[in-house]
Design a protein around this ligand. Structure first.
Ligand code: FES
Length: 166
């Protein structure tokens, strides 16, 4: 497992701007762009909405209307720690299903569920755009690459301790 440092505000901004590059030239790409943002962050942060508005030249009011029309989209984090586990083709082949099982064994949650204490939320996503690092897990913007099931308890312990320190 190779880790990246936690995402700072600037890193978050950079991530959103980077993922929007491919959507800029495509008409009608708002929903796909928002879907991808939620895949990375677990929800669509307000700061991301402002960037989407600027980069795709769409009024914030229109983006807000889309976000509130579809139940799928979340405007706030469903748990303090959002685990986005990629089960796209590359990650699936490289073992994502065994990671899903490992998370269930550790936390007792499946896709779309939050632990009873409201700390951990799991969402299964499709392709985070870094297939060469498969299988990939992103926790609150921090990317874990080439994850194996034995890494899952360590990742959870790391985040549990960071939450209790706050
Ligand atoms: S399939 Fe997982 S990052 Fe592309």
């Amino acid at each position: 497992m190779v880790e990246e440092k936690p995402a700072s505000v600037n890193e978050t901004k950079e991530k959103v701007e980077k993922l929007l590059v491919k959507w800029k030239s495509k008409r009608g790409s708002l929903i796909m762009a928002l879907h991808e943002i939620q895949g990375v962050f677990g929800f669509v942060p307000w700061s991301a909405v402002e960037i989407v508005s600027r980069e795709l030249n769409i009024p914030v009011s229109q983006i807000y209307a889309v976000l509130t029309f579809y139940n799928y989209f979340k405007l706030s984090a469903p748990g303090k720690v959002i685990i986005s586990l990629c089960d796209g083709t590359a990650c699936h082949i490289k073992g994502a299903p065994s990671l899903i099982d490992a998370i269930y064994n550790c936390l007792g949650i499946k896709d779309g569920e939050t632990t009873a204490d409201g700390v951990f939320h799991l969402q299964i996503v499709r392709c985070l755009g870094c297939c060469g690092l498969a299988p990939v897990v992103v926790v609150n913007g921090k990317t874990y690459r080439k994850v194996v099931p034995a890494d899952i308890p360590k990742i959870i312990a790391e985040w549990r301790s960071s939450i209790t320190k706050k």
